[in-house]
Design a protein around this ligand. Structure first.
Ligand SMILES: Cc1cc2nc3c(=O)[nH]c(=O)nc-3n(C[C@H](O)[C@H](O)[C@H](O)COP(=O)(O)OP(=O)(O)OC[C@H]3O[C@@H](n4cnc5c(N)ncnc54)[C@H](O)[C@@H]3O)c2cc1C
Ligand code: SF4
Ligand code: SF4
Ligand code: SF4
Length: 585
């Protein structure tokens, strides 16, 4: 909520045309040609969140101190606000209108805050559910895609079993992302809530080894969410030497609490999240890591904040550097031959290609090499008719594969490899598996459930009867649509962090979260773009006293017998909620 306009008493009001007396006598008759209408629109933050969360709605609640209700709202769409509030790359913030005014809202930090409050108060999600249905569904893989799909399918009434290859649940959230970014307690709590809804889980059950595709015949639908767990090889001489390991293998061992003995000087190769996490984990285990990346910082696929935190912790990053050869002594890594690059023309993905600078080779003294140049899926065991190729399962816009009743999501389909996209694909699959099993037409669902225009879908709307669904506006409100006279500059609050000296010696969480006062203050910076927050500007400014207060929590009303169609209410609405339409004759 933004600051209310400071008109407390009549005497404080500036000179302006405000009607304080009755205008009852001044009826409009038939000459008005424009009429105002209240229409809530889409805030760009909501549209920007692939998980389709009602961010604006939650910020209003946080601003009023209703932290747990805000969490309830997020849980309608996403079982993992505590996870996302820590590791999501927050495209919602990039879309936030305040970003073009002063600084975007700290949405990610507020999401984490709500989840932490829910955990502190041992809040259980109060979720809308449908009646039980007879069909059973198998979900393969317990990463964010699989567990999100299971969460929503159970709410839609299905019996769901999740089969997971590893002995633990959570996929890369558990075995990839380290404790200092995502504490296992937070993840465990959110997974427990999914299981408590009635999802069955079978760990140590690898499809293709412990169970075969034929074992899934008893299920009416299958959701494949296997993730990318096989590291790409460096493809350089000597990489079979002892002391060369993959980033995912290393992080998995660290995350599973295995005893990992690393060398002193560790070269981590790659520029993605895995490389950064591997280096930061190695630092915490007492090694001195150096990251080698073949392009420049701008091309690094890792999130900029992660790179920044790694550098804060003193990790060296050698840019425009490629490994050429692993040199060993007695079968164990002792050196790494490297070469410097310059950037050449862009390649197929638009990033400039690294070109080796002849004669720039040099040797780095290392006793450990961690290869983190990317992961891919192992899909060789899948039935041929799924048409998997290039470690990807082809799907249509619903997430349906070429095999009837089999859907797929997360990192194994063609989409960005992020947690929030995995969550979005899990929810989408749940919706379209339901439509498939009910033999319903699905084409209209994208329009009926959309949150803005970028592909996010709302489970809350799906669970509503059609008649209950609020009308959807086609418009996403941008900064130019707001009346900025009503907003003041106010810097965004940043989350406190643990001191660097504490960070490097332990796996304790780095980011420390907002306290209640900070959360309320930050949430109140929100402009509520396109959504009426009952600020009552229209009520105050209407010269004909034609705006009437709605019931508690409802939109104001227009008294069309007295409204002259002057448009002042539309002009003075700070958040573009009022539209003027040509009068029907
Ligand atoms: C180190 C690291 C850090 C990352 N950091 C971030 C970050 O900060 N923010 C972000 O947005 N994204 C991050 N990512 C990416 C993110 O983790 C993935 O995009 C996301 O986890 C993909 O979800 P998923 O459900 O598709 O797969 P996964 O999370 O990979 O889960 C797949 C699950 O399927 C299981 N499985 C695989 N094969 C089988 C089988 N045959 N039978 C049964 N089970 C099987 C796996 O064991 C695993 O548990 C990171 C990735 C890594 C590796
Ligand atoms: S999940 Fe990501 S994009 Fe969505 S609200 Fe949270 S931080 Fe923003
Ligand atoms: S100001 Fe608030 S409603 Fe507007 S885009 Fe930012 S977070 Fe969303
Ligand atoms: S300000 Fe009042 S009179 Fe003017 S268009 Fe709005 S409701 Fe009608």
């Amino acid at each position: 909520m933004s600051k209310p306009i400071p008109l407390l008493r009549e005497g404080e009001m500036p000179y302006q045309p405000i009607s304080l007396a009755s205008m009852e006598w001044n009826k409009t008759g038939s000459w008005r040609y424009l009429r105002p209408r209240f229409e809530n629109k889409t805030p760009p933050c909501n549209e920007g969140c692939p998980a389709g969360q009602d961010i604006e709605g939650a910020l209003v609640l946080i601003g009023k101190g209703k932290f747990l209700e805000a969490w309830d709202l997020f849980k309608e769409e996403n079982p993992f606000p505590g996870v996302c509030g820590r590791v999501c790359y927050h495209p919602c913030e990039t879309s936030c209108n305040r970003g073009d005014f002063d600084e975007s809202l700290s949405i990610n930090a507020l999401e984490r805050f709500m989840a932490d409050m829910a955990l502190k108060h041992r809040r259980k999600p109060s979720l809308k559910k449908r009646e039980k249905r007879p069909e059973k569904i198998a979900v393969i893989g317990s990463g964010p895609a699989g567990l999100t799909c299971a969460y929503h399918l159970v709410r839609l009434g299905y019996g769901v079993t999740v089969f997971e290859a590893l002995p633990v649940l959570g996929g890369m959230l558990r075995v990839g992302i380290p404790e200092y970014r995502l504490p296992k307690k937070i993840l465990g709590e959110e997974i427990d809530q999914i299981i408590e809804l009635g999802v069955r889980v079978e760990v140590n059950s690898r499809l293709g080894a412990d169970l075969s595709p034929d074992d899934l015949k008893e299920y009416e639908a299958v959701f494949l969410a296997l993730g990318n767990h096989r590291s790409r090889r460096l493809g350089i001489p000597g990489e079979e030497a002892e002391g060369v390991m993959s980033g995912v293998e290393f992080l998995q061992d660290v995350n599973l609490g295995k005893k990992v003995i690393l060398g002193k000087r560790v070269a981590v190769i790659g520029g993605g999240n895995t490389a950064i996490d591997a280096a930061r984990a190695a630092l915490r285990l007492g090694s001195k890591p150096i990251i080698l990346y073949r392009r420049t910082r701008e091309e690094m696929p890792a999130f900029a904040s992660e790179v920044h935190e790694a550098e804060e912790e003193g990790i060296e990053i050698s840019l425009l550097t490629s490994p050429m050869r692993v040199i060993s002594q007695n079968g164990r890594v002792s050196q790494l031959e490297c070469v410097k690059n310059r950037l050449g023309p862009p390649d197929e993905d638009g990033r400039r290609r690294p070109v080796e600078i002849k004669g720039s080779n040099y040797v780095l003294e290392v006793d450990q090499v961690i290869a983190a140049i990317g992961e891919e899926a192992d899909l060789a065991f899948l039935p041929k008719k799924l048409g998997a190729e290039d470690a990807t399962v082809p799907t249509d816009e619903r997430g349906a594969t070429k095999q009837n009743g089999v859907f797929a999501g997360g990192d194994i389909i063609h989409q960005p490899h992020t947690v929030v996209h995995a969550i979005a694909s899990g929810k989408r699959a749940a919706i379209f598996i339901d439509a498939h099993l009910r033999k319903q037409k699905w084409e209209g669902l994208f329009e009926a459930l959309r949150v803005g225009q970028k592909g996010s879908l709302s489970m809350k709307r799906y669970l509503q009867e059609e008649s209950e669904r609020a009308p959807l506006s086609d418009k996403t409100v941008l900064l130019k649509d707001l009346n900025l006279d009503y907003f003041e500059y106010q810097k965004r609050l940043k989350m406190p962090k643990a001191k660097t000296s504490r960070r490097t010696g332990s796996f304790e969480e780095v980011n420390l979260g907002f306290n209640e006062d900070m959360a309320v203050e930050e949430a109140r910076r929100c402009f509520n773009c396109g959504v009426c927050n009952l600020c009552d500007n229209c009520y105050i400014f209407c010269p004909d006293v034609a705006v009437q207060k709605g019931k508690e929590g409802e939109l104001n009303l227009i008294d069309y017998d007295h409204c002259k169609g002057c448009g002042i209410c539309m002009e003075e609405c700070p958040r573009d909620v009022i539209v003027m339409e040509v009068e029907g004759r």
